[in-house]
Design a binder for this molecule. Structure first.
Ligand code: ATP
Ligand code: MG
Length: 446
């Protein structure tokens, strides 16, 4: 992409309505624009990040054996009356009446609708296990929408649902989700710690929230500092292997890590004092096992192979896809702007031409551009008639992990400059070597 043809409405002023750094940077770098309270338009640059995050979520869900699908945002109230949640959900549910006076609603989550789909088509244990998921817009009429996309009213969420014959099978689904979530967040450059949580309106016995540590997080968290040493890394996992998935659960939940809702001061006090941490975190996902809470009232039953009709065991599993954009920025920025992790960056590399209109500089930039595209990478070429300082400031603000600077002096010596956004370190190398270096850095993310 050439910046002269792109839509990147960068703001010079710091927007006064934004209280936290990710919100400020998302507005300043032209990722989003508020449409109304808690509802945002995703401008081209922000939309690109959202898509990258969504893509990682899809890949990891599919890898775990879960089936992508899509359900409507507008749902009939009748299903929600069956489960008893139409009244229970309260003011957070956006209720709509259609022209025939029928009660509808904008989906805040989709346990009812997926259970309805299941009961219409599945009658036998032979069709189990089954896990389906969607990535779809949700609406919750939050009393205090704030912090930009972090607590919106409309937000983009991955929600997955498992159907299993037994509790044991459903707990395997739970563990599979835990593993896939660990992989998902690490690919985005995040450490998200599974913490024992409270189930809230979804209901259920077993639940973990995934929290990214950040000062601006809305949740107070308590943990044993040893937990932050754990990484899932690139280990191979067989998602059908129960013992392996269970082992990962035990490894990542063996140390104390809880939100304020489940915090137990007595247990916490048993951790050696130097390892006790009280901090704040951003909830980027949650997994639930809730057994037959929906299948029983809604009649989602199967033949168990022994002549009985039994309600299926279920769980649901969410990832805050749009919130993650803010969470990643909270975790990765400096005073100049965003610093995108390689796994989610909207463009892989920025090209800055220090002397637009100079034949040698223009030619070298075009050559770099084509070479990156040929390697399957997306460059953002700042080809505007602007001062070098302004070009650097824009690149720093929008946070591409790598920048190549092309100027007449360097070209005279056959080199360009490659700069790492995170460290600020630069090195001079030939254009070919620079392309090879950047391609090598991204190889594990492609
Ligand atoms: P919270 O406690 O933050 O209100 P929740 O526990 O009600 O969230 P879930 O039902 O677990 O949310 O939804 C799954 C994920 O969707 C959450 O982990 C979070 O990342 C995201 N999410 C929930 N509410 C919002 C919101 N208002 N804006 C943006 N993302 C949200
Ligand atoms: Mg939650």
């Amino acid at each position: 992409m050439r910046l002269s043809r792109y839509f990147l409405p960068v703001l010079k002023e710091t927007p006064s309505e934004a209280q936290i750094v990710s919100h400020r940077l998302m507005l300043r770098a032209g990722l989003i624009k508020q449409a109304s309270a808690g509802i945002y338009s995703w401008l081209p640059f922000g939309y690109k990040v959202l898509r990258r995050i969504e893509q990682i979520v899809h890949e990891e869900q599919i890898r775990a054996g879960h089936l992508p699908m899509l359900m409507p945002t507008i749902q009939s109230a009748d299903l929600w009356r069956e489960s008893g949640r139409y009244d229970a959900y309260g003011a957070e549910m956006l209720r709509i009446t259609d022209r025939h006076d029928r009660d509808m609603l904008f989906t805040p989550t989709a346990e009812e609708l997926i259970t309805d789909i299941f009961r219409a088509h599945v009658t036998s244990y032979k069709d189990l296990p089954l896990t389906m998921y969607q990535i779809q817009w949700k609406f919750r009429d939050e009393i205090r929408p704030r912090f930009g996309v972090m607590r919106g009213r409309e937000f983009y969420m991955k929600d997955g649902y498992n159907f299993d014959l037994t509790k044991e099978d459903a707990l395997h689904a739970y563990n599979r989700h835990l593993v896939s979530y660990l992989r998902t967040y690490e690919r985005m450059g995040l450490q998200a710690i599974p913490m024992r949580a409270d189930s809230g309106p979804i209901g259920g016995d077993d639940t973990h929230e995934f929290l990214v540590l950040a000062e601006t997080g809305e949740s107070e968290v308590f943990y044993d500092s040893e937990i932050t040493d754990l990484r899932f890394g690139d280990r191979e996992i067989d998602y059908d292997d129960r013992a392996q998935c269970q082992g990962v659960l035990e490894e990542f939940t063996s140390r104390y890590a809880r939100t304020d809702e489940t915090h137990d001061p007595e247990l916490f006090a048993k951790i050696p004092a130097e390892r006790q941490r009280v901090a704040r975190g951003i909830e980027v996902g949650q997994i639930f096992y809730f057994g037959t809470k929906y299948s029983e009232p809604m009649g989602a039953m199967v033949d168990d192979g022994k002549g009985n009709r039994v309600p299926v065991h279920m769980g649901s599993h969410g990832i805050g896809v749009s919130r993650l954009v803010g969470a990643i920025i909270e975790a990765s920025h400096d005073d100049k702007g965003i610093v995108w992790p390689e796994g989610v960056t909207p463009f892989h590399v920025g090209i800055v031409n220090l002397k637009q209109g100079d034949a040698a500089c223009d030619g070298a930039c075009e050559g770099l551009y084509k070479a990156f595209v040929a390697k399957g990478l997306e460059p953002l070429y700042d080809d505007r008639e602007e001062r070098a300082g302004a070009k650097f400031a824009t690149m720093d603000l929008i946070g591409l992990p790598w920048r190549i600077t092309v100027g007449p002096r360097g070209l005279g010596a056959g080199v360009v400059e490659l700069t790492c956004r995170r460290t600020g370190a630069s090195e001079e190398l030939s254009p070919e070597a620079a392309v090879a270096r950047v391609a090598g850095i991204y190889a594990p993310h492609m």
